[in-house]
Design a binder for this molecule. Structure first.
Ligand SMILES: *Cc1c(COP(=O)(O)O)cnc(C)c1O
Length: 381
């Protein structure tokens, strides 16, 4: 028997969303960000579906190694770079391109003797204050790296936006100016050969809302999965198509009387007789525990409200408006007709955490137009 909880990954939607990136950034190369198991969608699955991309970006060395071992030959950027010689060994062996953001990395690279062995992205911190060099350090790091025979030139240059999902906030403009000014200063001092160093600034929010952030490379993550990076819009508003749907089934229906309480701690009390539906999904599957009472769930395509606490394996819904619902009926937690952005709001979180949080127990089903054709063919013969 397979688990009642399953996620459908729509590979055609993924292709469609890549096409939307191309429309917004027609002159940029695209580096789909497939870190954290491709935001929970399955890293190898997504990499195979997006092999036409110019490169991929992952966060960690081991993610890049997994891609190589699976036969992915695209360029691969490792956004966190490396923090020990073991990781540097793996980067060189598997031809992964690290982000270099600290002097301890510069020093580690200076201990190597291989020639032209490693392409890198040098990271400027323009205000995120997470990874990256400040402007003065950036010049020094650049000088040292350009003289290091291990580095395969040109050195690519990048920064990361801290608040591009707030389209009122001028931080993005400031960060972009700082990046461009710093690179212009490097150019003035003829430290870099202009045409050869590629630059990259934009994440999804940059691509969609901040044309000034478009440069040689863009790094879309969340938008590829059909999800809006902005708190007040859905992917659909940007013509994106959701890639992941989360489904399960009703496993029990029961009648409640006035005064009955539901679930752990009995946080919901029935005020007039109704029907209760029990659904096989819980925080053990990645449905967030803090999802509020009243959050919509689709039962046979109709919205019903969540009631009581989310438990590990189950949630409960009020079936007042769907009294004919019965065990075995299909349930959608997010997907067609129920935007993940809406569920994220109801759970007081962002959609990123919902897709990343799907657990091992959930079955994954891939869906694409080609598969449908295949099924149609099988049915016709
Ligand atoms: C995760 C990440 C991205 C992608 O961000 P989205 O908001 O998902 O588009 C881009 N660049 C860096 C450095 C990242 O860490």
């Amino acid at each position: 028997m397979s688990s009642p909880a399953y996620a459908v990954v729509n590979l055609d939607a993924l292709q469609h969303n890549l096409q939307i990136v191309r429309q917004y950034a027609p002159h940029s190369k695209i580096m789909p960000v497939i870190k954290a198991n491709a935001y929970g969608h399955g890293m190898l699955r997504v990499a195979s579906a997006l092999q036409s991309a110019d490169a991929f970006a992952v966060a960690r060395v081991d993610e890049g190694v997994r891609l190589r071992k699976a036969g992915i030959t695209n360029r691969i950027t490792v956004l966190e770079g490396f923090s020990c010689t073991h990781e540097l060994d793996a980067l060189l062996t598997y031809q992964l391109n690290p982000v270099v953001h600290s002097f301890s990395q510069v020093i580690m690279l200076e201990t190597r003797t291989e020639l032209n062995a490693c392409s890198i992205w040098l990271k400027l911190d323009t205000g995120m204050n997470r990874l990256g060099f400040n402007a003065e350090e950036f010049y020094v790091a650049y000088q040292r790296l350009i003289q290091n025979p291990v580095i395969k030139g040109p050195i690519n240059l990048m920064t990361h936006l801290a608040n591009a999902d707030d389209i009122q906030d001028t931080t993005t403009i400031k960060q972009t100016s700082k990046f461009n000014d710093t690179i212009a200063a490097l150019l003035n001092e003829q430290m870099i050969e202009s045409e050869r160093s590629a630059c990259s600034i934009a994440n999804s929010a940059g691509i969609l809302a901040w044309p000034v952030t478009l440069s040689d490379w863009v790094r879309p993550g969340i938008m590829l999965y059909g999800i809006s990076p902005f708190p007040d819009t859905t992917g659909e508003d940007w013509h994106l198509k959701p890639v992941m749907e989360l489904h399960s089934r009703l496993i029990a229906v029961k009648s409640l009387n006035k005064g009955d309480k539901v679930g752990y701690a009995g946080t919901w009390t029935c005020n007039k007789p109704t029907k209760l539906g029990i659904i096989a999904i819980g925080y053990g599957d990645g449905y967030p525990r803090h999802t509020m009472e009243g959050t919509p769930v689709l039962v046979n395509g109709h919205r019903v409200p969540l009631i009581g606490r989310v438990s590990m394996d189950m949630i409960t819904v009020d079936l007042k408006s769907q009294p004919q619902a019965k065990p075995g009926d299909s349930v959608t937690l997010w997907g067609k007709g129920l935007a993940i952005e809406e569920i994220a709001n109801c759970a007081n979180t962002i959609p990123y955490t919902l897709v990343c949080g799907i657990t091992q127990r959930v079955r994954f089903i891939e869906h694409s137009f080609n598969d449908l054709n295949l099924i149609a063919n099988i049915l016709n013969h």
